[in-house]
Design a binder for this molecule. Sequence first.
Ligand SMILES: [Zn+2]
Length: 77
Amino acid sequence: MLKCKHVVEKADALVDGAPLSKRERFALRLHLLICHHCRRYVRQLRVLLNSLPRNPDALDDARTREVLERLDSSQDR
Ligand SMILES: [Zn+2]
């Protein structure tokens, strides 16, 4: 069984759609089914990555606040 540490290491690959072996992907998904800490981590990472513009210079204060608020609200679910 995967440890949380491994899930965290592989989480951006999972969220990003980077290549993972079928076995890795399966192990990650299985872990996410049983571990709500990692589920929350992956969800927040996904929100964060989806919120970030491709160009970091475009991240002004208002946008940063919006991202942080979105992260906050995703924590309670
Ligand atoms: Zn975990």
